[in-house]
Ligand binder design. Structure first.
Ligand SMILES: C[S@@+](CC[C@H](N)C(=O)[O-])C[C@H]1O[C@@H](n2cnc3c(N)ncnc32)[C@H](O)[C@@H]1O
Length: 329
């Protein structure tokens, strides 16, 4: 096991299951963002097992398909243990082993918040079937007495409207994310690296500066780089020594907080529909949406924030309209 501390964050060249058990206390992590090995190489891996029962490909350690269910249950149980109450997990997975991941998540106390789809460019080209061009992102929460961090207007102000109409904030929070993979010719990179834009979005919505972020499968250290770049703290694991050494060099070269000035800031200003006359259609859409949100268990305050984002109206205007049908909203 090697532990390296850089910029106050800890990086372990170690199996994440044993590593979490040894180094990470219960309920100590605010957010986990991770992309576990895919387990897609079928059963032929047994020919190549080393003593870790793993297969090394260019600094990437794969898990055999036959071991994937057990492996998922063990690392996801650790993830659930180290998350603090109301902490969250983003788990990126392909389709092939998704059922194992879902089974493992259901065996924990974690609860689903959203099932997101990350749609990317450069899908796997096919001639006889559709092109595969998405990943699943499972966004889960550890139940707790407080509120999960969700920074509603961290990227787009509630009043910001798109050029053709509609709320930018609403669009940014739809559950299908179109984010391109990064193309970095002539640069050393982990071939499975998650794009910075994807990670920035997860971290902006679901964490605050100073929070502790964990990635049990660091690969090219993308989560770590974004976490430190956004002034979060970090702890993570990578089993491959080759990937670990490359990643450590990248972390040593960065300056904490360096991404903060590059990320989009929400614009403040007038709401898109503020001052516009209400149409009957809009009023009935507001009623329906509000009722649906409340039935789903959304708090009154959060429901107004959502309505404001979706309809481009201020809270008081929305309350006034809802009061018109009688009673207090
Ligand atoms: C899909 S990649 C992660 C890519 C990463 N998200 C990035 O953006 O670069 C999965 C990584 O997990 C590592 N790995 C496999 N088994 C592991 C284990 N038991 N503990 C820690 N890391 C492991 C692999 O070597 C690989 O680098």
């Amino acid at each position: 096991m090697t532990e390296i501390v850089i910029h106050g964050s800890s990086f372990y060249n170690e199996d994440c299951i044993a590593g979490c058990q040894a180094h990470i206390p219960d309920a100590s992590v605010d957010l986990i963002v991770t992309d576990p090995p895919y387990g897609i190489k079928g059963d032929t891996l047994h020919k190549h097992y080393n003593r870790n029962e793993a297969f090394v490909i260019d600094g990437y350690i794969e898990v055999p398909a036959t071991a994937y269910g057990d492996f998922s249950r063990r690392w996801i149980a650790e993830a659930a243990r180290i998350l603090r109450p109301n902490g969250a997990l983003y788990l990126v997975s392909g389709y092939t082993q998704l059922y194992h991941i879902l089974d493992a998540l259901r065996a924990t106390e974690l609860v689903e918040v959203n099932h997101l789809i990350w749609k990317y460019n450069f899908g796997v080209f096919t001639r006889t079937k559709y092109v595969s061009s998405h990943y699943h992102v499972l966004y889960y929460e550890k139940p707790g007495p407080g509120k999960r961090t969700f920074n509603l207007a961290c990227r787009y102000g509630l009043q910001e409207s798109a050029p053709g109409g509609g709320s930018l904030n609403y669009r940014d929070r739809e559950d299908v994310w179109l984010i391109n993979r990064e193309y970095k010719p002539a640069q050393v990179k982990n071939k499975n690296a998650l794009p910075t834009e994807l990670l920035v979005k997860m971290l902006q919505y679901s964490s605050c500066e100073g929070d502790l972020i964990c990635d049990p499968f660091m690969g090219g250290f993308s989560t770590a780089r974004v976490a430190l770049g956004l002034n979060r703290r970090f702890v993570g694991f990578e089993l491959s020594s080759a990937a670990f050494e490359q990643g450590v060099a990248l972390i040593q070269a960065l300056t904490p907080g360096e991404l903060l000035e590059q990320v989009r800031q929400p614009q403040k200003g007038r709401l898109s529909h503020q001052g516009h006359t209400w149409s009957e259609t809009e009023i009935s859409a507001v009623y329906q949406r509000y009722d649906k949100l409340r039935v789903e268990g959304v708090t009154k305050k959060a429901a107004f924030e959502i309505l404001s984002a979706e309809f481009g109206r201020g809270r008081w205007a929305l309350e006034r309209i809802l009061r018109r049908r009688g009673g207090t909203p």
